[in-house]
Design a protein around this ligand. Structure first.
Ligand code: ADP
Ligand code: ZN
Ligand code: ZN
Length: 707
């Protein structure tokens, strides 16, 4: 046999640490080439990671198997894309193969080269009608940019670092994204690669409205097919064709959720991260990456390669993450502010409703209900926010104190009145509500607390006599994960609100984000207090962002904005968080929070990672973590690291799996990274210890969002 070049192929490996396996190939293969290779009894999709000039010394050429299939119709994945994958794997302690293969659309795993070639051909031949860039765009506010939008856009080209666009709700951030994209997509380029823009949103729900605006603006200029979406709501086949369109450069704009950060974009020049503070950008499974942080990294490596041209990253929010805010304070990010709403509309005025002054057992305070009735009678709309779906969080027996605990989780099952079920929101198990107490037979079992269903029901009753200006009765509707399960139902429900068919909308945080509602003048938050005293140190940051976002839904139409209000029911109206909220003063809130975090050595002043363990018993989970902590003592890096004792998670058991975690902290990100890299291989041995029997899985979470 003549000498075959050896290639290192990244394959999905289960050990979690193998970077790649050696294969032989008839011809040298460029790194980034997609291949199929034998792996055990199977043949799997792989990615050529390296094609060394000489085979590795330890490679037994006689035993190295041959690459089975080469997808040479497809251009290899680019060097910067691979660098992004490599960084992600390293930083989040996963294997390159796992991260790389997860970043590719699933159907690639089954496709033959012939099928793939056919797909590619289809993408290439679709017509691309392009009108001249000077052609008029009906959706363009040509000369009507607000002064602050103009200022931001003028400053953008000169920004040599990630840009934090700190813009109030309704300040017109989307228009800035559109204009910045325009500069990139229609501007002059030095090379032949078509320029591309990546736009990320935190939730699938928010893609349709942004997609519509980008399509309206760019399809007349760049042709149909210039914009593709990438999110988990698409079918596998759609995802594949959109992915291919991005990879071939045919798609110029990719709009998607966090997974889109891994799209192959050979001409990438701009990344927009809308609502950059949103926790949904952090993945909670597999490689627990932060798409926002990776966007910043990706823009950096692209810029290095493009120099002196740049790939810019634009992080937009009315309530930036404290990480990004801190980076801007330190001068690592460029902060561009748009404090005013377009058209000079005012932000909703905060009204705190002291629940201590209300009659016992009040769920919706009378002054709030009266204010809502007044708005509806004037033809305005109200939004009522409660972060708890279902009718009541617990069902309880007054005779024997039975509660609707979930048999599989350390949590209560929630009472859903609509289908008379008790459902666990953690494991999903549901059953019909019992007629009598399962323990003592008492017939009088009652709901405790309240959820969105109950608020909807109560409001429908309380507003029953209210008439809208057209004489019709007030209509109350609800939007939450339960009401929007069916495909397309969210769009339909939102359309009812936009058209004015609905007067009062009750919902979870789903309705607080991003939507551009025009006639809402009152937003009410039924119960904000859980966020004030939660054990999670990020809870105030999240509550502040949620309330600012929710308040931002009101008064977006300047004609009504003067009278727009946000009502918050609270037992602690004196809480300092509300002082800054009342002034809409995010910078003051952030300064106070950052000072607290500095004193406690918390992120962004310190750096954290979690080792999480799932096991059949809490004892096994903790034994594994303790053994891991003991092994850490052998490592030199350990000196700059603090390891905390293993503890159960707040919700300790879910679906009969016991969960525990161990917190690792360091002042230095680099030291923490070195420590994790040395520690991770030792964990494999820990899982084999007899005291860890019953361990199901473990995972490292770098920069965790909840601890
Ligand atoms: P944000 O994302 O900052 O909350 P949006 O981008 O949704 O704000 O803009 C709020 C509203 O203002 C939208 O309806 C948008 O169409 C409108 N708008 C944005 N810029 C302008 C402008 N320069 N002139 C007039 N209207 C604008
Ligand atoms: Zn009972
Ligand atoms: Zn459960």
């Amino acid at each position: 046999m003549s000498f075959w070049p050896s290639v290192i192929v990244a394959t999905p490996s289960h050990s979690g640490l193998v970077a790649g396996l050696s294969y032989q190939s008839e011809a040298a293969l460029a790194p980034g080439t997609l291949v199929r290779v034998p792996l055990g009894a199977r043949e799997v999709l792989g990615l050529v990671w390296d094609c060394p000039a000489a085979p590795p010394a330890d490679l037994n050429l006689a035993q190295a198997k041959a690459v089975a299939v080469v997808f040479d119709e497809l251009a290899p994945l680019g060097a910067r894309w691979r660098q992004l994958i490599q960084f992600t794997a390293q930083y989040y302690q996963r294997s390159v193969g796992e991260v790389a293969l997860a970043a590719l659309p699933a159907p690639l795993r089954e496709l033959s080269p012939v099928q793939l070639a056919r797909r590619l051909k289809k993408i290439r031949v679709d017509p691309v009608p392009v009108s001249s860039p000077s052609g008029s765009d009906p959706h363009c506010f040509a000369d009507s940019l607000s002064p602050q939008q103009r200022q931001v856009l003028a400053a953008l080209p000169g920004a040599q670092a990630p840009v934090l666009l700190f813009g109030a709700t309704g300040s017109g951030k989307t228009e800035v994204y559109l204009r910045a994209s325009e500069q990139v997509l229609l501007g002059p380029t030095s090379d032949a690669t078509p320029t591309q823009v990546l736009v990320m949103v935190p939730e699938i729900n928010l893609t349709p409205q942004l997609e519509a605006r980008f399509r309206a603006r760019f399809e007349p200029l760049l042709g149909a097919g210039a914009l593709v979406c990438l999110h988990s709501g698409m079918t596998a086949a759609q995802r594949l064709s959109c992915w291919l369109a991005a990879h071939t450069g045919r798609a110029r704009i990719v709009l998607g959720t966090r997974m889109a950060v891994f799209a192959s974009l050979p001409g990438l020049r701009l990344i927009v991260v809308d609502e950059e503070h949103d926790p949904s950008y952090k993945s909670q499974e597999g490689a627990r990456y932060s798409a926002r942080d990776l966007a910043v990294y990706r823009a950096k490596i692209e810029s290095e390669a493009l120099s002196p041209a740049r790939c810019q990253v634009l992080l937009g929010s009315a309530t930036p993450s404290l990480e990004s805010w801190h980076a801007a304070e330190r001068g690592r990010y460029v902060r561009l502010s748009m404090p005013e709403r377009v058209g000079g509309g005012a932000l909703a005025r905060l009204r705190l409703l002291d629940m201590q002054q209300q009659p016992r057992g009040t769920v919706l305070a009378a002054p709030l209900v009266a204010a809502m009735a007044e708005r509806v009678a004037r033809g305005e709309q109200c939004l009522v926010l409660l972060n708890r779906r279902g009718y009541a969080p617990v069902l309880s027996c007054h005779a024997c104190d039975w509660k609707s605990a979930c048999p599989h989780c350390s949590a209560y099952r929630v009472f859903h009145k609509i289908d008379r079920s008790l459902r666990c929101h953690h494991c999903g198990v549901g059953e019909r509500v019992p007629r009598a107490c399962p323990d003592c037979g008492n017939l009088d079992i009652a709901p405790m607390g309240h959820g969105t269903e109950q608020i909807e029901e109560q409001l429908a009753g309380l507003l029953a006599d209210v008439r809208r200006p057209d004489g019709a009765a007030a209509r109350v509707a609800r939007i939450d994960a339960d009401s929007t399960r069916a495909r397309g139902s969210l769009t339909a429900q939102l359309a009812d609100l936009h058209s004015g068919a609905v007067d009062v909308l009750v919902g979870t945080q789903m309705i607080a984000k991003g939507h551009d509602f025009r006639r809402i003048t009152l937003v009410a938050c039924v119960n904000a207090d859980s966020g004030l005293f939660a054990s999670d140190y990020r809870a105030p940051e999240r509550l502040f962002a949620l309330l600012m976002q929710a308040g931002g839904r009101a008064g977006r139409d300047a004609a009504h904005s003067a009278a727009s209000e946000m009502w918050v029911q609270t037992w602690y109206p004196q809480h300092p968080l509300f002082v800054n909220l009342k002034r809409h003063d995010y910078p003051a809130f952030a300064a106070a929070q950052l000072a607290e975090r500095l004193a406690a050595g918390m992120p962004p002043h310190g750096h954290q990672a979690l080792l999480r363990a799932d096991a059949r018993s809490q004892q096994a989970a903790q034994a594994f973590l303790s053994a891991a902590a003991a092994r850490a003592a052998e490592l030199t890096e350990q000196q700059s690291i603090a390891l905390y004792p293993a503890v159960p998670l707040t919700i300790q058991r879910v679906a009969n799996v016991e969960r525990a975690q161990l917190l690792v902290e360091s002042d230095s990100r680099a030291a923490l990274q070195r420590f994790l890299a040395a520690w991770a291989p030792l964990l494999l041995a820990c899982r084999k210890l007899p005291q860890a029997r019953g361990l199901i899985r473990f995972a490292i979470d770098v920069d965790p969002l909840t601890i």
